[in-house]
Ligand binder design. Sequence first.
Ligand code: GLU
Length: 282
Amino acid sequence: MKVTRFAPSPSGRLHLGHAFSAALGHAHARASGGFFLLRIEDLDPGRCRPEFVNGIFEDLAWLGLAHDGAPIVQSHRTDLYAAALERLKADDLVYPCFCTRADIAQSLTAPHGDAGSGYPGTCRGLPDDPARRENTPHSWRLDAGKAIARAGLPRWTEEDGSGFESRRDDIGDAILARKDAPSSYHLACVVDDADTGVTLVVRGEDLRPSTPTQRLLQLLLGLPEPTYLHHPLVTHDDGRRLAKRDLAPTLGAMRAAGADGPLLAADLIEGRLPLGFRLSRA
Ligand code: GLU
């Protein structure tokens, strides 16, 4: 029995790529007599809008992809993420970071910046300064070096049985909580996948780079290990990614044009795409 989830961010209307991901997750759950969960990833206050949450419900209903149980709404669950962060703090695996985006951009272009990890490590190893933490907005970062020393480099298994090993360079000092958002995508994702009993994570290949960090967090927090299915992405025929500004492939536009939602969902899982689109490996 598989428990899958579809976890869109309500920062725009769903498009064909979302429909493919949701249809695939739904099919795996139903074929195994399991559950298909819907999770609204609305932790980024700058990008998420309530009207897009309604759009998600409407689009899934139109596709005929019923989810089990109530939707899981991340902005209602921040206590869980805070508790996980406290545990990582107690284990000395995270550190406060006071850098602004501009600081980071500047040090990455500096000659000694560690461009590979995306963060030069400026605040790693600073002596703890509770007064500064009290008075200065800051985020919390994973100390990837310490974490890997503790848990080892994580591995994961894909649904087809293939095994993957992460390399040191795959994991940086990821932000786990921000001043304006109580949890980052990575932390909320692993906490929720575990808390809701997800056994198969179905998502696009574009999210594969997140998997090493998320597997590492699962090891550090003692969470169960799901299997992963990173699927090809829906692109335009010429290989271009679907962008938020493309209106044609939104499900709302297809519905308005009279398309049949359940037929579209069934076609997508068979790999039959509407004219002008195809599945592409990243
Ligand atoms: N919220 C993410 C997105 O919309 C998906 C997260 C996931 O499936 O792990 O891209």
